[in-house]
Write a protein that binds this ligand. Structure first.
Ligand SMILES: [Zn+2]
Length: 121
């Protein structure tokens, strides 16, 4: 019985996620060359962020999108390079936000994934 219920819920999930995939693709084609953040896209589409992230990961696997991770400055919201932050952490040096110049190595900034169209320019 449980498997039957799972099957029905699974089908419902599939159609919802398929709808999100299509909406994300339309966003990409509407704004050529744009960057999509999962949190902003979720707010724009009025969809749960987890569903949007799942859809974007699928689009990455399909080669439609590519993903880059950034650190969000807790002060000004600027997106900063993760690798430089990690290098600074390993080396025990400071790493300042490229916009407001606070020392990000004193915080544990949120990692934000930015998705871009994976097309040859
Ligand atoms: Zn900043």
């Amino acid at each position: 019985m449980a498997s039957k219920i799972d099957g029905i819920l699974g089908e419902a999930d599939m159609s919802e996620e398929f709808g999100i995939d299509v909406k994300i693709k339309s966003l990409l084609y509407a704004f050529r060359g744009t960057e999509l953040r999962a949190d902003e896209t979720a707010a724009f589409l009025d969809a749960p962020e987890r569903v949007v992230i799942d859809a974007m990961e699928r689009l990455c696997n399909d080669g439609v999108l590519k993903k880059d991770d950034y650190l969000e400055c807790p002060e000004c919201g600027m997106l900063n390079d993760v690798k430089q932050y990690r290098d600074a952490f390993v080396n025990g040096t400071t790493y300042e936000c490229s916009d407001c110049a606070i020392d990000l190595s004193r915080f544990a900034p949120r990692i934000v994934s930015v998705y871009r169209r994976n097309l040859p320019m």
